[in-house]
Design a protein around this ligand. Sequence first.
Ligand code: PBG
Length: 318
Amino acid sequence: MGRFRRLRGNDVIRSIVRETRLTKEDLIQPFFVLEGKNKKETIESMPGIYRFSMDQLLKELEQYQKLGGKAGIFFGIPSTKDSLGSGAYNESGIIPKAIKAIKKEFPQFLVITDVCLCGYTNHGHCGVVHNKTVDNDKTIPLLGKMALVHAQAGADIVAPSDMMDYRVKQIREDLDHGGYKNIPIMSYAVKYASSFYGPFRDAVNSSPQFGDRKTYQMDYANSREALKEAQQDVSEGADFIMVKPALAYLDIIALLRRELTQPIVAYSVSGEYSMIKAAAVKKWINEQDNVIESLTAIKRAGADIIISYYAKEVLKWI
Ligand code: PBG
């Protein structure tokens, strides 16, 4: 029994008993990179987020770092796609070029790269398609190659998001043999088949042309499977474990925080951004308060690091 309101009386007292605080170091901003010059394209379903050509990306990164941004995750939008996603593991592809340009200009900036074929395949699936199914074991060598090409270009961390089995093992082996023993793997270990990815698929034009991703991404009704996925990825060599989406999956974040010792990354995905943004544009919600509350809740649940399309804005607010 207690008078709990004693510790809520004013801002100062609330702030000294506050358990969870967002810091600039917690946040990672996603960036979409395009071929070409002088492009900054809007994305209809994600107001405030853009696709940048390299020159514009460097300007954006300069601003982002001035605000205190230290890390970004990069997604490539190739100008051509094919059935094997060959642009994904081409040494002169969009992401290797971007990494080199970023590292030349900003050697300290932490570059994380998404490793997945879906942005590069003409069918939009995350792997090689054979008889209308995504072939796990034909896909993982391509992912290994993609991760190695990113490391060779100067990526600091590779982040496989495809949900093929044994891809972390393959990537770890390929990085090690290629001389990149010290490049960490941030595994999207627990990635659900989610309607929250819709706006992202607009952004990179990666919607599957047939079927869906339910044969490789997880069923959102399941939590025990999350632990199995995460434990297996750790045993294969994952250094970070990611949960995605974030806000509807706080129980999963909390579960993994209790069971694992690895850093937990939460990806607050495109649909989470767009829902808040849409309500904010209509003035139905206070954007800043809602974003800070949502991200603080994700951290309170157990995330060490949060990938958020609001990262840049939040850097201005905290
Ligand atoms: C690629 C990938 C996706 C996202 C991150 N990496 C899309 C998907 O699986 O369809 C989603 C990110 C977001 O919605 O913000 N596999």
